[in-house]
Design a protein around this ligand. Structure first.
Ligand code: ZN
Length: 312
């Protein structure tokens, strides 16, 4: 299959035995570094120490190579790949990458797409999925997210388009994405956690032997059908252009009215406070100080104790 692609370089491990075909993607955004390391580590391990015994695993460790080369979120055409799916065969580079990845997604049985907050945001570890209208697919996605083992599980609007998970949704393929870390630094611990998460899913699908790994229960499960849920870039928008200063801790439980941060307008010599509008888990915080008007500064998941919450 890889010969038919111009831009992406899938690496396939075929057990020769019947079984599921799992696709693992990393590097949809070029400034999200840990997932790429996970993809490369998996590729090395599966070529040596770990053998696939059932089904097929395909890994694309660096989906968006032109963006990754520049360590930027997007390629030169400026299109956000995660808003461009399913893409166009004869489009710009980002559109062509989206088109190729879409072909790949439609050819598999399960999808994991790993992200971080990139240079701009830091994100508390979470596994996400769309609240698929097909209850069977939704249940498999919940199981995949639980198996992956990150502390927050987030089901979001099935209406979000342009993403790998929306291509999977339309093709009826169970899919999850993960978000963890970011903010411009590389974190070895994140690589390890994501790597183990991938192995857990491989064990769950019986593609590799049981590794007797502990699968932690997610502490917080949020299922949110509201239309824009899952759209990180619109959360707690900055009221003005300026410099953002954080006053809260990622992963903290905040109360309505708590100070999250402030945006300073140096020219006007004034700051505007950004406060929590709800009680919940601060799962997203801006790490790039410069902020344009309406860009996200923070994100709160309205859950106050471990367990499941369904919104609205
Ligand atoms: Zn991303």
């Amino acid at each position: 299959m890889s010969t038919s692609f111009q831009h992406i370089m899938p690496i396939t491990f075929d057990s020769g035995e019947e079984g599921p075909h799992l696709l693992i993607l990393a590097g949809v955004h070029g400034d999200e570094l840990e997932p790429v390391q996970v993809g490369l580590k998996l590729t090395t391990q599966l070529a040596g120490a770990i053998k696939i015994r059932k089904g097929t695993l395909t890994i694309v460790p660096i989906v968006n190579r032109p963006a990754y080369k520049n360590k930027s979120r997007t390629a030169e055409d400026g299109l956000d790949l995660a808003r461009t799916f399913p893409g166009r065969k004869e489009g710009s580079k980002t559109e062509q990458i989206a088109w190729e990845i879409s072909q790949l997604i439609r050819s598999v049985d399960f999808l994991i797409d790993m992200h971080t907050g990139g240079k701009t945001y830091e994100i508390y570890p979470l596994s996400g999925y769309v609240l698929h209208r097909d209850e069977k697919i939704l249940e498999i996605q919940r199981t995949m997210a639980t198996t992956f083992g990150l502390p927050v599980q987030w089901g979001t609007s099935p209406e979000l388009n342009g993403r790998t998970i929306s291509v999977a949704r339309d093709a009826g393929i169970p899919a999850i994405y993960t978000e963890y870390g970011g903010g411009g630094q590389q974190n070895e611990e994140i690589v390890e956690v994501l790597y183990e998460g991938c192995l857990r899913v491989l064990v769950e699908l019986k593609m590799i032997p049981d590794r007797k790994m502990h699968s932690p229960e997610p502490q917080y499960i949020v299922e949110d059908t509201r239309e824009a849920s899952g759209h990180l870039q619109i959360m707690y928008p900055s009221p003005l252009k300026g410099d953002f200063i954080t006053h809260a801790q990622l992963g903290a439980m905040v109360k309505k009215g708590d100070l999250i941060g402030e945006v300073h307008d140096s020219k006007a010599g004034k700051g505007v406070e950004i406060s929590a509008r709800e009680d919940g888990l601060l799962f997203l915080i801006r790490r790039r100080p410069f902020v344009n008007k309406n860009e996200a500064t923070a994100g709160i998941l309205p859950i106050t104790q471990p367990g499941t919450i369904t919104l609205p």
